[in-house]
Design a protein around this ligand. Structure first.
Ligand code: PRP
Ligand code: URA
Length: 213
């Protein structure tokens, strides 16, 4: 039966959970934090690309012909939400190196918690591409909802959201606004605090990736 909200896939793989414990730790330094964000992104991408279409092919092994499957050549795009989403791009490109990369710059107004757009540059053929939006944090969901709106306005129809830590509030917001979008994340945390930060979360992902605080 077709579901009328996007599905949420939580990656409880031991390697992801181990790396998550490192990025949550307030004593983890910038270098290791960045490395872990990238490695977790690779592991989440492995699962998020599970349904990419395949085509049958035949290759000659040294022994005999073998029926094989290769990717059907579907065009893909990765769209990080700046800044923190940038930390996930290389990790996803490790698995899908031919993907094009768009950028959407959004920051949350600290008073209203609403996202403010300051940059948007997407591949010109984004409407023909399957799009993976990446951002380590899904808090109120405002940034992800707006980013997906911009991408849909450009004509993209198949969009998947990849986060590392999601709050229930953010998941509900994305599901309400974009019921066609599946979410892949490493964990769903408890809730948001009064400043819109995820509890327990990992603090400000952008500041921790770029060492700006
Ligand atoms: C963070 C994070 C998300 C957003 C999530 O970015 O990377 O984009 O907050 O919050 P939301 O779900 O409530 O919208 P931030 O606004 O701190 O900007 P930065 O990455 O430039 O630091
Ligand atoms: N953005 C972050 O970087 N961290 C949070 O906990 C919430 C939004």
């Amino acid at each position: 039966m077709e579901s009328n909200t996007g599905r949420v896939f939580i990656m409880d793989h031991p390697l992801i959970q181990h790396k998550l414990s490192i990025i949550r730790d307030k004593n983890t330094g910038v270098k290791e934090f960045r490395e872990m964000i990238s490695e977790i992104a690779t592991l989440i991408a492995y699962e998020a690309t599970r349904n990419l279409p395949l085509e049958e092919t035949t290759v000659e092994t040294p022994i005999s012909p073998a029926k094989c499957y290769h990717l059907a050549g579907k065009k893909l795009a990765i769209v990080p939400i700046l800044r923190a989403g940038l930390g996930m791009v290389d990790g996803v490109l490790t698995l899908i190196p031919a993907a094009k990369v768009g950028h959407i710059g959004l920051y949350r107004d600290h008073e209203t918690l609403k996202p403010v757009k300051y940059y948007c540059k997407l591949p010109s053929d984004i409407s023909e591409r399957e799009v993976f939006v990446v951002d380590p944090m899904l808090a109120t969901g405002g940034s992800a909802v707006d980013a997906i709106n911009f991408i849909k306005e450009e004509g993209a129809v198949k969009i998947t959201l990849m986060n590392i830590i999601a709050a229930p509030e953010g998941i509900a917001a994305v599901q309400a606004a974009h019921p066609d979008v599946d979410i892949y994340c490493a964990t769903v945390d408890e809730k948001l605090n009064e400043n819109g930060y995820i509890i327990p979360g990992l603090g400000d992902a952008g500041d921790r990736i770029f060492g700006t605080k």
